[in-house]
Design a protein around this ligand. Structure first.
Ligand code: HEC
Length: 156
């Protein structure tokens, strides 16, 4: 048995997870600096501000898009271009306690089989809870593949 295959494999997986974590931390920094809650657009197709969410993300949601995503939605571009970012804040039913922040970022060439989205989930303090080509995010959002994996608004 060539045990070293296993170790090389594990090392490669570890490095991939590490790289995804670094991307997620950089993304969080960019998001904080952008002050998206005041400077970005609410996602078209959902009420501006807080609205009632469905499973699994939370009872009350607020969703923002950057200019790149917003322009593509308005132009009905058919898909999101490189650099498009969608940020969703997930609140408890009282609409006050922030539970998690989930983000999708389009990165050209990152994951061509699944629409080139980078997925990330953060705690309210910005701690990375999941990031990268997250299988659970991709599996469920795959139901919205016709809208480039985005449920809340149409891109066509
Ligand atoms: C079981 C299905 C499911 C899973 C798993 C899931 N989502 Fe979602 N997601 C949804 C639904 C449904 C919406 C629409 C929100 C609503 O209106 O309640 C949504 C909305 C979003 C949005 C706003 C853009 C859009 O598609 O409407 C982002 C960003 C997002 N999810 C990120 C993530 C991330 C990151 C993960 C993985 C950590 C994830 N989601 C896992 C079902 C899922």
């Amino acid at each position: 048995m060539k045990r070293w295959y296993l170790w090389v494999g594990l090392l490669a997986l570890g490095l991939l997870a590490f790289a995804a974590g670094g991307m997620a931390e950089d993304l969080w920094k960019t998001l904080s600096e952008s002050r998206y809650a005041t400077n970005w657009h609410y996602i078209p197709g959902k009420p501006p501000g807080f609205y009632k969410g469905t499973e699994p993300h939370g009872a009350v949601l607020r969703t923002f898009v950057n200019n790149i995503a917003y322009d593509a939605i308005q132009a009905k571009a058919g898909g999101y271009p490189d650099g498009a970012v969608i940020v969703k804040e997930n609140y408890a039913p009282d609409g006050k306690k922030l539970g998690a922040i989930t983000v999708m970022k389009k990165v050209k060439g990152y994951d061509p089989e699944h629409g080139d989205w980078f997925w990330a989930k953060y705690g309210p303090d910005g701690r990375v809870q999941a990031s990268g080509k997250v299988a659970s995010c991709i599996a469920c959002h795959g139901r919205a593949k016709a809208q480039d994996y985005v449920f809340s608004t149409s891109i066509k």
